[in-house]
Design a protein. Sequence first.
Length: 187
Amino acid sequence: MKDKENAGNRRGLIARSTLPVNSSARNYLPADYVDIFGTDVRDDARLTPDNLLIAVWTDFPKWVQMLFKLRDWLVKPFGLKTGEDGKDFKHKFAEAIRSGGRFWLMRVLAKSADEIVVQLADTHLTAEMSVHREKSNPDQLRINFITTVHFHHVWGRVYFFFVRPFHKIIVKTMMKRSIRKLTESNQ
């Protein structure tokens, strides 16, 4: 049975997980919504929280880009912040992550060698996202993507009702994509 589990993890099985005891994401609980997705992967020095978060936010597949464009078009009349465009987005985002700063509607709340927590704040809700890693055995890492959401009023709940099903799919897809991108690159 253990061999089957390990084989699944080598293929990038992303599944619901539990909040790591030493995660800074605990500081943002209780929350109106929490999800944690994790996977076990072969230890690789390129799989740092910074690198993973940057890969997630700067390399969307076309279908995710289209969903974000649709989201921006739908929420703009309600005064919600829309996506940051521009050719410098990737560079500015990466710089903010690495320096522990701010960019667009994101700011870094906590940062260590094994975790980064960023916050996205708008008028309707505030969300914290954490990328946490820890050794699960001598040659493997446990990587968790943690999301907490705090609604500011009823519109936050309405907004997230529609976002929630896509959120889960996007997180799992982007988590798998970023791990693969980092471990297959020739950096």
